[in-house]
Write a protein that binds this ligand. Structure first.
Ligand code: FAD
Length: 325
């Protein structure tokens, strides 16, 4: 059954987050040959519409309003509901991001529709759209279908590969004027945390440190390795609790969930709460001086040794490879 599916493009700092393109790929499966309509909500976001089309959207509906300059559930839900009312889709896909997690359940509940959140895969099976999502901190997976209303789903970043980009793809870009009622909360100011280098949630390579780094300075060799690999630096809660780094770097059940191509865990024991945030990484390398550390049970490659000896050697070797390639 062909379905019309809306995909919310999530803008950040003037460009779209990768999960927007991954959501289009999920929508392609959900649509079963139907139309994919990208949705852009914000102030001055129409310039991003072609990117959605290049990644597979058939056309894009844009809602621009100065009240939508910053995300608020209040404002964005009015805008998205207006698009749903005008487009009458059968499905709506968003990223499983702070924004998607906040907005999507609100709209699904309002429309008495089912929602599958945090999907890592989607398949069309015998007329049903079957989503896979991790449960019990990633120890098991469940398969879910929506049985009533529109099919709402949020997709976990870095799990569903985007479709191939085609800059020559053409699609209609329409603007929808929505009268956004006075917002009940107004964001006065956003103070950005200054973070060095690559954004952790989008990074393809993450070098992570645990209590084994022993101090804030102990992160320096990890930063060096992350830099030569073009990656980001993450941490266990143990390292955050010990004040070696900021909580924004925490990966795990109560931190960020990441799925990079390469995750290098340095001085991290591998507690279940940490694994919940990184065990779906494509390749896991663990460096720990305790051969019995639980992190080795999920690692593809394990190095038993002192991270302060191993990490600089790895950095030097990567540098050599980079020079010769
Ligand atoms: P430790 O367990 O102390 O491990 C340090 C490791 O470093 C050891 O394995 C040691 O062998 C190794 N080491 C020491 N020195 C070196 C060296 N020189 N070279 C190499 N290896 C060395 N944790 C998270 O990470 N993320 C979460 O989101 C999270 N959420 C939680 C939620 C709840 C409700 C609870 C109860 C706990 C949560 N935790 C979380 C905490 C979790 O249970 C662990 O306490 C924490 O992950 C341990 O951090 P760690 O591995 O860095 O420290």
């Amino acid at each position: 059954m062909a379905r019309k599916v809306l995909v919310l493009g999530e803008a950040r700092d003037g460009s779209l987050r990768n999960v927007s393109y991954e959501s289009i790929a999920a929508a392609k499966t959900v649509s079963e040959g139907g139309e994919i309509v990208g949705v852009l909500i914000g102030d001055n976001v129409s310039g991003l519409a072609q990117d959605l089309i290049s990644y597979g959207a058939d056309r894009v509906a844009v809602v621009e309003n100065e009240k939508l300059k910053q995300y608020t559930a209040d404002g964005f839900s009015q805008a998205l509901l207006a698009v749903i009312d005008s487009e009458k889709p059968e499905g709506v896909i968003t990223g499983h991001t702070a924004l998607g997690k906040d907005l999507t359940p609100k709209i699904a509940a309002k429309l008495s529709s089912g929602l599958v959140s945090d999907a890592t895969n989607v398949e069309a099976v015998g007329g049903n759209i079957v989503f896979t999502r991790p449960i019990y901190s990633g120890k098991a997976f469940e398969k879910k279908i929506v049985t009533d209303g529109l099919i709402f789903a949020t997709v976990r970043p870095n799990n569903i590969a985007p479709l191939e980009k085609d800059e020559n793809r053409k699609g209609e870009i329409t603007s929808l004027s929505v009268d956004i009622k006075d917002l009940r909360t107004i964001i006065k100011d956003v103070v950005k945390k200054v973070s060095e280098g690559v954004d952790l949630s989008e990074a393809k390579v993450i070098v992570s440190g645990g209590r084994g780094v022993k101090s804030a300075e102990g992160f320096d060799p990890l930063k060096e390795l992350a830099k030569v690999l073009g990656g980001a630096v993450g941490a266990s809660r143990g390292a955050c609790d010990a004040d070696y780094c900021d909580y924004s770097m925490q990966i795990g059940q109560t931190g960020k969930v990441v799925t990079p191509d390469l995750y290098i865990a340095c001085g991290i024991s591998g507690a279940i709460q940490h694994l919940a945030g990184m065990s779906n990484s494509k390749v896991i390398v663990a460096i720990n001086k305790d051969p019995e550390a639980n992190i080795f049970n999920v690692a593809d490659y394990g190095i038993v040794g002192d991270l302060f000896e191993v990490v600089p050697i790895l950095t030097e070797e990567v540098k050599k490879i980079r020079i010769h390639s």
